[in-house]
Design a binder for this molecule. Structure first.
Ligand code: GTP
Length: 201
């Protein structure tokens, strides 16, 4: 039987409780949104296979609990075989932005050095309640040399774009590592969707 993908990249989402990590993953993997808030317990993942410049890239996107009481569990996961870590804050919640510094520190202390990172300012559909200017998020990302997007899981703004941009960075990085050209990649379509859940208590 033919292999269904060329590359498998594991991505991890982290950020404060309630910033929209689960919703971003559901929007990306299932193109769906539910406004009912059920806080994540432990960690779970969804997968989606996307086409990146003719290569089938399977993204396994892991969701972590933002609540402080699950910190020991989620921190333990940083040491996993991640290709990318996505930091998320809520543009209407200043505290969630300030905490990004702590999440970054935690990555530095626990994750492997070469992991690609990306910063997302979520809930950009609620402009009236904005507390964190776009430029502030942009500057933080620039200072750390990582990508930045403002997203909305609810209105489907920049969700696919951000995941695809990260996948494209990782593909370029891995092709450079293996002696490839590191060429510009074009993202065209998405295919496979699947989800799984693994709860740790
Ligand atoms: N307006 C708006 N609401 C959103 C958006 N994304 C998520 N929400 C809402 O924010 C709340 C929290 O979303 P979750 O995705 O569960 O947040 P989380 O970061 O996974 O939270 P934890 O599991 O506790 O870490 C829910 O009520 C969502 O409906 C968005 O883009 N816009």
């Amino acid at each position: 039987m033919a292999k269904k993908y060329d590359f498998l990249y594991k991505l991890l989402l982290i950020g404060d409780s309630g910033v929209g990590k689960t919703c971003l993953i559901i929007r990306f993997a299932e193109d769906n949104f539910n406004s009912t808030y059920i806080s994540t317990i432990g960690i779970d993942f969804k997968v989606k296979t996307i086409d990146v410049d003719g290569k089938k890239v399977k993204l396994q996107v892991w969701d972590t609990a933002g609540q402080e009481r699950f910190k020991t569990i989620t921190t333990a996961y940083y040491r996993g075989p991640w290709w990318g870590i996505i930091l998320v804050y809520d543009i209407t919640d200043e505290k969630s932005y300030e905490n990004i510094q702590n999440w970054m520190k935690s990555i530095k202390e626990n994750a492997s050095a070469g992991v690609s990172q990306m910063l997302l300012g979520n809930k950009c559909d609620i402009e009236a309640k904005r507390k964190v200017p776009k430029e502030t998020g942009e500057k933080l990302a620039n200072d750390h040399g990582i990508r930045f997007f403002e997203t909305s899981a609810k209105s489907s703004i920049n969700v696919d774009e951000s995941f695809l941009a990260l996948a494209s960075d990782i593909l370029q990085r891995s092709s450079k590592k293996s002696g490839g050209t590191g060429r510009e990649v074009k993202i065209t379509s998405s295919t496979e969707k699947k989800s799984s859940k693994c709860v740790l208590l």
